[in-house]
Write a protein that binds this ligand. Sequence first.
Ligand code: RTP
Ligand code: MG
Length: 148
Amino acid sequence: MERTYLMVKPDGVQRSLAGEIISRFEKKGFKIIGLKMLQISRAIAEKHYGEHAGKPFFAGLVDFITSGPVVAMVLEGSGVINAAREMMGATNPLKAAPGTIRGSYGIDTGRNIIHGSDSPESAAREISLFFREDELFSYNRDVDRWIY
Ligand code: RTP
Ligand code: MG
C-alpha cells in the first residue's frame, strides 16, 4: 500500500485545526499508521525543505516551520500521495479550490496550514526523516472491506 507524509504546520496547530485535518483523512478512508507532535529543529527543517534551499522564501520557510509544534503523520492507502495533495489544495490558499483544506482555511502562501509529500520519492524520504521504523504501525481494520 502507498504511504505519504503529512504535517499540520505550526499555524494549523495554533488555529486548532489539527483534529479537523486528521478527521478529513480518516473519513476519506486512509489509515493512520504514524502520528505525533514535535517541534522541528532548524537542521531537520533545512533537510525537509532542501529542494527549496537558495530560494528567496527559504529562510522564512525554515523560521516558520520551526516556530512551534507540528502534528506529523504517516497515512497509508491506495493513491494516498496524490489524493492527499488534492485534499490539501494549491500551495497558495487563495488559489486552492473551495472545500480543500487550504481553500477552506487559509489565505497566505506562507501560512498554508499543511504539508504533504509530492511524490513517492519525497514520501519515502520524508517518512524516514520524521519517523523511526518502530513508530509506524501495521494493523488490520475491519472497515477496510467497506472501503476497498
Ligand atoms: P509543502 O511542501 O509545504 O507541502 O507545500 P507545496 O508542496 O504545496 O509547495 P512547495 O513549492 O513545496 O513550497 C514549500 C512551501 O514554501 C512556501 N512557499 N512560499 N513565497 C513563495 O513564493 C513561496 N513558495 C512556496 C509555502 O509555504 C509552501 O508550502
Ligand atoms: Mg512541497
